[in-house]
Design a protein around this ligand. Structure first.
Ligand code: 5FU
Length: 272
């Protein structure tokens, strides 16, 4: 079994986790493997971008702690947009603490992330206890977790044995860990036999069509490289979509462009 040569919709049937299933189904339904990362500080701008790109994405990625005028109304509007435009929500929280602390950070505080984010992620650095802490909150709500097995930045430390250990941690909780933030497929890592039929979702940041980096360590690859060649599943694009000002027509055009490019890269991979 090779997830790289299987369709998103066929793969949805292999997942028991509701968030993973729902994501693969919406990707198929909307013909989109595009996740837009909406990293802006004002609520109005945040909601306008999401309303503009919503029809073209399978997933919206947030950093809710960036928003200066955050309030509960924003969450209500985000939820409404996710229903209107048919996308899931991924809060890029990058939990990284002991089980008890991440459990509190996930469920409580001002943001109450578990109430509205279908998917969150965590650094594997604390070991399996971080997954247990998050699962105690997320599993009863049908949520899914991604582990950060690799990063997109220059000279990052998530390589080699660290990446292998992240994959081993995921294998211990397949009901909750639905995949990885990574730059390539992970099933063959740790000399694992692919005949196990393992299927991870690989969500990949550091995607751009026009520039190679941002002068602060970010490194960009194209959808063709990420989806067709590296076999990842979802392209995560931020500034490539809204980085040239807040003209909604320009933002819409970029979202359409990345959606088309990402989908073409997926079809090319299937026909290989
Ligand atoms: F885990 C990672 C990573 O390795 N690289 C990233 O860029 C996460 N990101 C996030 O993806 C980062 O926090 C941004 O929210 C987003 C990329 O935004 P960009 O504007 O496309 O560079």
């Amino acid at each position: 079994y090779d997830p790289k040569s299987s369709s998103y919709v066929d793969r949805s049937k292999r997942h028991s986790n509701g968030a993973a299933k729902a994501l693969l189904e919406v990707m198929d339904r909307k013909k989109s493997n595009l996740c837009v990362s909406v990293d802006v500080a004002q609520k109005q701008s945040f909601l306008t971008i999401i309303d503009t790109v919503g029809p073209y994405v399978c997933l919206i990625k947030t950093h809710v702690d960036i928003i200066e005028d955050f309030d509960d109304q924003l969450l209500a509007e985000l939820k409404a947009l996710s229903e209107r435009h048919d996308f899931l929500i991924f809060e890029d929280r990058k939990f990284a603490d002991i089980g008890n602390t991440v459990k509190l950070q996930y469920a409580k505080g001002v943001h109450k992330i578990a109430n509205w984010a279908h998917i969150v992620n965590a650094h594997p650095v604390p070991g399996p206890s971080i997954v247990e802490g998050l699962a105690s909150v997320g599993l009863p709500l049908g949520r899914g977790l991604l582990l950060l097995a690799e990063m997109s930045t220059k000279d990052n430390l998530a390589t080699g044995e660290y990446t292998t250990r992240a994959v081993q941690m995921a294998r211990q909780r397949p009901d909750f860990v639905i995949g990885f933030i990574a730059q390539r497929r992970m099933e063959t890592i740790g000399s694992h036999d692919t005949s196990h039929g393992e299927d991870f979702l690989i969500l990949t940041p550091g995607v751009g069509l026009d520039v190679q980096g941002d002068g602060m360590g970010q490194q960009y690859r194209t959808p063709k490289h990420v989806i067709t060649e590296a076999g990842c599943d979802v392209i995560i694009v931020g500034r490539g979509i809204y980085g040239n000002g807040d003209d909604v027509d320009a933002i819409r055009k970029q979202a359409q462009r990345y959606q088309a490019d990402g989908w073409k890269a997926y079809l090319d991979r299937l026909s290989k």
